[in-house]
Design a binder for this molecule. Structure first.
Ligand code: NAP
Ligand code: GFB
Length: 317
């Protein structure tokens, strides 16, 4: 007998998708069936391929994670691709969610989409209050359009399409490619190679920028909670508190400690710092889920360093 709830997770083979898989192995409810997609199941920037995926699995709910994703330097190299490919993927998934009468679709934005010139802390009401940081405008505008699409499908068809806004995410199964990755996987990979080859570790930029980092396993728990409990079309920020904001050099210190690296650490200030900070408030989350416990960044980074050392041969590098 088909499960009452069939949850389709697009982008199910990535950093966040894998973390949700791990959570669901332990916490699946009896009336739920979870389907985790990768791009091998079909190209979600193609409407016909997306339709055939939906007609094959006949989902009742969708967690939409699939996207062209990357760190600061990949975003700066490819703004047109980030804009176009993500606009296409989001249009296909949301329109098929409407056509197949999906009961709830939860999409994923990012705090880098907020205006660059703003007051802090940032909250959910500020998504469209001015241009994003120039380093990632392609990705940022494509993600902002998800919020607009959610409102339009709700206003015209009554759909319950919503979105979450995580800060920078890190954890096992991330993309550790040196050119395309985000800072934590990038520095873990570089530190691993520096230790192995007895070379200095080079950190890009000044190390001064500030970030809030959420551990993928914490975000996965919150995604499942949003799917089961959050009914609003308005987005919700999923983040550690402002008090847990750290500098890039503090992150590098923790990676060096976790990797037991004893070599020289160099800052290459010819490389961009990107946005100085994007401090976000998690008050809305706290008001709805007051006792959620976040993993502290030292524990999260140490677990990710250990995962990378144990899975180097199969990791995305
Ligand atoms: P990721 O590790 O790069 O995974 C991306 C996923 O999307 C993979 O499963 C990939 O499939 C799939 N995908 C990409 N293009 C596709 C296409 N054309 N058709 C079908 N599937 C496609 O990404 P992530 O870090 O888990 O990010 C998940 C979500 O969180 C994204 O929406 C991202 O924008 C958002 N986010 C990420 C961060 C962060 O710091 N990582 C921060 C804020 C928000 P394959 O594995 O087959 O390539
Ligand atoms: O994580 P990251 O690439 O993205 O960079 P953003 C964060 C900071 O780390 C920047 C510094 O100040 C970088 O200069 N950094 C130092 C490094 N060393 C490295 C390194 O080896 N690799 C990388 N990647 N950074 C992204 C947005 O901004 O945030 C994306 O561009 C996405 O669209 C993501 O939203 C969550 O935090 O600067």
């Amino acid at each position: 007998m088909a499960a009452e709830k069939r949850i389709l997770v697009t982008g199910g083979s990535g950093l966040v998708g894998k973390a949700i898989q791990e959570i669901i192995e332990k916490e699946k409810e009896p009336n739920e069936e979870w389907i985790f997609l990768s791009s091998k199941d079909g190209d979600l920037s193609d409407l016909e391929e997306t339709r055939s995926i939906f007609s094959k699995h006949r989902p009742t709910h969708v967690i939409h994670l699939a996207a062209m994703v990357g760190g600061l330097f990949k975003n700066m190299r490819r703004p047109a691709d980030f804009l176009r490919i993500n606009l296409q993927i989001n249009d296909c998934v949301l329109h098929c969610s409407y056509e197949f009468k999906i009961q709830k679709c939860v999409s994923c934005l990012s705090t880098c989409i907020f205006p660059d010139k703003t007051s802090y802390p940032i909250d959910e009401t500020m998504v469209h209050n001015g241009p994003p940081h120039p380093s990632n405008y392609g990705y940022a505008y494509a993600k902002r359009m998800i919020d607009i699409q959610n409102r339009a499908y709700h206003d015209q068809y009554g759909c319950t399409f919503t979105s979450v806004i995580p800060t920078n995410i890190y954890g096992p199964c991330d993309n550790f490619n040196l050119e395309d990755s985000h800072v934590i996987p990038g520095l873990i990979h570089k530190c691993y190679l520096a230790k192995k080859n007895d070379q200095p570790l080079t950190i890009f930029g000044s190390g001064k920028p500030l970030r809030q980092f959420i551990y993928s396993k914490d975000l996965a728990k919150l995604f499942v909670w949003v799917l089961r409990n959050y009914e609003d079309v308005d987005p919700i920020i999923l983040s550690v508190g402002e008090e847990d904001e750290v500098s890039i050099s503090r992150v590098a210190e923790l990676i060096v400690e976790g990797m037991e690296f004893k070599g020289q650490v160099i800052y290459d200030i010819s490389k961009s710092d990107g946005q100085y900070k994007k401090t976000a408030s998690n008050m809305k989350l706290k008001s709805l889920y007051p006792d959620f416990k976040f993993t502290d960044i030292k524990t999260g980074i140490f677990e990710t360093v250990q995962w990378f050392q144990e899975n180097y041969d199969s990791a995305r590098i």
